[in-house]
Design a protein. Structure first.
Length: 106
């Protein structure tokens, strides 16, 4: 059964790393601050969560896994609050999202 957990842990680590890589590419390619904020938030929450879950599976039920669970809960909470605060600051500074004009594409 240990080899199954090892493979699943490695799978979660690889998928989490791919989420972070794809999110970083998306972060570079997005046109405005709001879409970049969304890409960074999803990248951080999904990628880091999958990596931490892979680490929890890898360590088993120890004090280290409890610490990783606390870190995972902190990431869920802090990431959403920080993204919301950043969006509010952008709105306060009168930054507008880039509107895509569908009529100009024709």
């Amino acid at each position: 059964m240990g080899i199954v957990f090892s493979y699943f842990s490695n799978f979660m680590l690889i998928i989490g790393s791919l989420f972070l890589l794809i999110g970083a590419i998306g972060l570079i390619r997005m046109p405005d601050v709001f879409t970049r904020m969304h890409a960074a938030s999803v990248m951080e929450t999904a990628g880091a969560s999958l990596i931490i879950i892979g680490l929890i599976i890898n360590t088993g039920f120890t004090i280290v896994s409890l610490k990783l669970i606390v870190i995972l809960l902190a990431i869920f909470y802090i990431s959403s609050v920080a993204t919301h605060a950043l969006a509010r600051a952008c709105i306060h500074d009168d930054l507008k999202p880039i509107a895509i004009n569908k009529e100009s594409d024709q």
